[in-house]
Write a protein that binds this ligand. Sequence first.
Ligand code: B1M
Length: 207
Amino acid sequence: MTDLKLLYEAILNGDDKGARSLAQAALAEGVEAMTIVSECVTPALAEVGRRFECNEYFVPELLLANRAMKATLNSLGGKAVATQGKVAIGTVKGDLHDIGKNLVAAMLEGGGFEVIDLGVNVSPEKFVASIREKNAQVIAMSALLTTTMPAMKNTIEALRQAGLRDQVKIIIGGAPITQRYADEIGADGYSENAPGAVALAKRLLAN
Ligand code: B1M
C-alpha cells in the first residue's frame, strides 16, 4: 500500500518524478483522487507556504515544489474535483512576465480552485469576458513592470463599466505591487507571494 506521507514529502522536497509515480501507484490501488489532494497536495502546499514565510524556502524551492505538485495533479487526470471556486488569472496588458503568475496559478489549482489561465498581455476586455463566459468568481492579476501597473486599475474600471465589479473578488500581485496600491485602485486584496494568494482567495470567497 502506498504511503501517502511519502507523496506529501515528495511534493515538499520538489521530487516531481517520485511524486508522479507515488500518485499513480496510489490511484492504481484505488485511493480516491480527492484523498490525494486533501491528504498530500493541500497540506504540502500549506507547509511550502509556511517555510516560504519563515525564509526556510526561497523561490527555487517554491518552483520545485510547484513542479512536483503539478506532476501529482496531472497524474490524477482531472479526477480531482475543484471545490474552492473558479479563478481567472492573467498577467495584465503590456506585460509578458509569467513565471510568478504560473506559480500562483499552479498553487491555486493545488489549493482546490478551478483555474482559467488567460496567459500574458491580458486586456481588460478579456478579464471581463472570463466572468461573462466562464463565470469566474475571482479575478487574479499579476504585473511585474511599474509601467503595466495601471492596467490593473483599467481592468477594475472595465469591470465596473460592465456592471460586474460586485460579482467578483479581485486579487493582485507581482514584484512592484503593494497593499497600498491595491487599496488605491480598489482591489479586494494583495498578496506578496503565491502561497499567500491561495489563502487570500479562500478568505475572500468565504466572506
Ligand atoms: Co523583465 N523586468 N523585462 N523579463 N524581469 C524585471 C521585472 C525587472 C525588475 C528587471 C530589472 O530591471 N531589474 C524590470 C522591471 C523594472 C520596473 O518596471 N521597475 C524588467 C524589465 C524592465 C523588462 C523589460 C522591459 C526589459 C526590456 O525589454 N528592456 C521586458 C519587458 C517585456 C514585457 O513584459 N513587455 C522584460 C522582459 C523579461 C523577459 C522576457 C526576459 C523575462 C520574463 C520571462 C517570463 O516571465 N516568461 C524577464 C525576467 C525573467 C525578469 C526578472 C529577472 C525575473 C522575474 C521573475 O520571473 N521572478 C525580473 C527581475 C527580478 O524580479 N529579479 C525582471 C521570479 C518570480 C517567481 O517572481 O514574478 O515576482 P515574481 O512572482 C512572485 C511574486 O511577485 C508573487 O508571487 C510570485 C512567487 O511568490 N506574484 C503574485 C506574482 N504575481 C502575483 C499575483 C498574485 C499574487 C502574488 O495575485 C493575483
